[in-house]
Design a protein around this ligand. Structure first.
Ligand code: HEC
Length: 115
């Protein structure tokens, strides 16, 4: 009985490990991210490679990729209405992403970071 118990504990930890590490490396769904960005009008002010009123997403990726807190910072950027400085010098709160699903916002951020 003791033997059985330790075996199942081992199996259990192996499963937990598999679930944890698989989901941590979940693939970015680029199409969903782009659709979501379109719905939120992100592309009105950001190009993928082109600066508009805001920096291109490729530029933001370069800035945040190396930062271990990059994902966290971008999530905050899109949820808190931080001040955004426009090229003409005026400032206004950055738009806040509307979504009932935090995974959708995370997927968008991960897509930007993957560029
Ligand atoms: C009305 C125009 C506008 C819209 C719409 C907009 N942004 Fe921005 N965004 C800006 C501006 C301007 C900045 C520059 C902020 C600064 O440098 O102070 C910015 C900055 C950013 C940055 C860089 C943040 C940083 O700290 O470097 C990211 C990433 C970003 N926006 C993502 C998005 C996403 C994703 C969306 C759609 C959900 C979006 N933006 C919608 C204008 C906009």
């Amino acid at each position: 009985m003791k033997h059985l118990y330790s075996l199942s504990l081992k199996t259990f930890s192996a499963m937990t490990l598999a679930v944890c590490c698989f989901s941590a490396q979940a693939e970015v769904d680029a199409d969903a991210a782009k659709d979501f960005a379109k719905q939120n009008n992100c592309f009105r002010c950001h190009g993928v490679d082109k600066d508009k009123d805001g920096p291109s997403f490729t530029k933001s990726a370069a800035k945040f990729k190396a930062d271990p807190k990059g994902e966290e910072k971008l999530l905050k950027h899109l949820s808190s209405g931080e001040k955004a400085k426009f090229p003409d010098g005026h400032e206004e709160p950055h738009m806040i992403v509307k979504s009932d699903d935090p995974k959708e916002v995370k997927n968008l951020v991960d897509w930007i970071l993957s560029l």
